[in-house]
Write a protein that binds this ligand. Structure first.
Ligand code: KG4
Ligand code: ZN
Length: 354
């Protein structure tokens, strides 16, 4: 293998078990992602205890597969990078303990990576780094806007004061009973609905101009479903073709709600990015995290950045959602600067990025 570094990246922060091998910081040799969606779907959300037990079972298999696909032996690895925060504590501890034990036995360094930093820099797995940039991290657990001048100069302009945008998508999916996780399903249904069917008041957050709030939007959808929904909740899945047919009225209603909700949720994100452009001169905008898979968000960010004359980078969907490659990439950068985790390093449910 002709590379100066070969890093194993591990992420077990939430409901995906992932292991990847990345050469020289950006060359992805393998990126195994095992989703727990089926495990949590009956509960309509992630059950932490089930998640950590599943990581324990799957992680050794995912690491084995990552090494096989990369066609390397464990002894070829030059380091291990693992997510240590933020995330579900039981889940993080599975990955961290595994990484420390493997690093100790192979006598190679381990570095701990902040999950949001990995999302923020994930577009650089596909494009050369460009600074300064605005970075929007949007996932099931986080919604935050950053002004980034270098790998170490990261300023959080604002974040959500309540629900993350992905969480709002998933809760609306639950209200409409269209399946879990709601994000990709709502995105698909929105394409068949009228985005102007319902209008929502945009939240203004007192904390600052770049803070977000999505809980009011979710409540507004809940009230619409309660007051105008033409049937019982189980008609959501039926309207998607599961079970017996339902009235076209209900079918249209959920598509219109999906489209109107999506227009507002994406509008709130893109509006703040536009306002940040006015204040912070940047060369690019980067969007990352699971919600960066969203078709409307991708389109709107593209339009906005073309209008402003800046580059935009949004990873391919596999690199938007949780994955080990983004952890390995940031880990490579940290290890090149000798940022190693001691054997007694710990995991934290939340921690600052720097
Ligand atoms: O980054 P991620 O895999 O995990 C977290 O760190 O949370 O993001 C998962 C989130 C879920 O809330 C999911 O519904 C959302 O990303 N998501 C989407 C789409 N695809 C995934 N939300 C809106 N539109 C999508 N196409
Ligand atoms: Zn994530």
């Amino acid at each position: 293998m002709n590379s100066s570094s070969l890093i194993l990246g591990i992420d077990t922060s939430c409901d995906e078990t992932s292991a990847a091998v990345v050469a020289d910081g950006t060359r992805i040799l393998s990126n195994i992602v095992s989703s727990q969606v089926k495990l949590h779907a009956p509960h309509g959300g992630v059950v932490p205890e089930l998640a950590s037990r599943s990581h324990l079972e799957i992680l050794p298999l995912a690491v084995g597969q990552a090494l096989d696909e990369a066609q390397i032996r464990p002894s070829d690895l030059t380091g291990i990078a693992v997510t240590s925060s933020p995330g579900l504590i039981g889940c993080l501890l599975v990955g961290l303990s595994y990484a420390k034990a493997l690093g100790f036995s192979l006598k190679i360094p381990v570095t701990t990576v902040h999950h949001l930093k990995a999302h923020l820099f994930s577009p650089f797995l596909e494009h050369p780094p460009i600074f300064p940039f605005l970075g929007l991290v949007v996932s099931g657990g986080h919604t935050a806007l950053y002004h980034v001048k270098s790998f170490d100069d990261i300023h959080c302009l604002g974040q959500t004061v309540d629900d993350a945008v992905g969480e709002a998508y998933d809760k609306v999916g639950k209200l409409l009973n269209v399946g879990y996780p709601g994000g990709p399903i709502i995105d698909r249904l929105a394409k068949e609905g009228n985005p102007n069917a319902f209008s929502f008041t945009r939240a203004r957050v007192k904390k600052g101009p770049f803070y977000f709030s999505f809980s009011g939007l979710k409540t507004a959808v809940a009230l619409l479903v309660r007051d105008q929904g033409p049937g019982t909740r189980d008609q959501g899945l039926k309207a998607l073709g599961h079970g017996s047919p339902v009235t076209s009225h209900w079918s249209k209603f959920i598509r219109d709600i999906a489209a109107s909700f999506q227009r507002e949720a994406v509008g709130a994100l893109v509006e703040k990015v536009g306002q940040a452009f006015d204040i912070y001169p940047v060369k690019a905008v980067l969007v990352a995290g699971g919600v960066a898979c969203n078709s409307l968000l991708r389109e709107e960010i593209k339009i906005l950045s073309l209008k402003r004359g800046v580059d935009y980078f949004i990873p391919t969907p596999l690199l938007c959602t949780d994955n080990g490659a983004m952890i390995a990439s940031v880990g490579d950068h940290q290890l090149s600067r000798n940022f190693k985790a001691p054997l007694d390093s710990n995991a934290y449910p939340s921690a600052p990025m720097w």
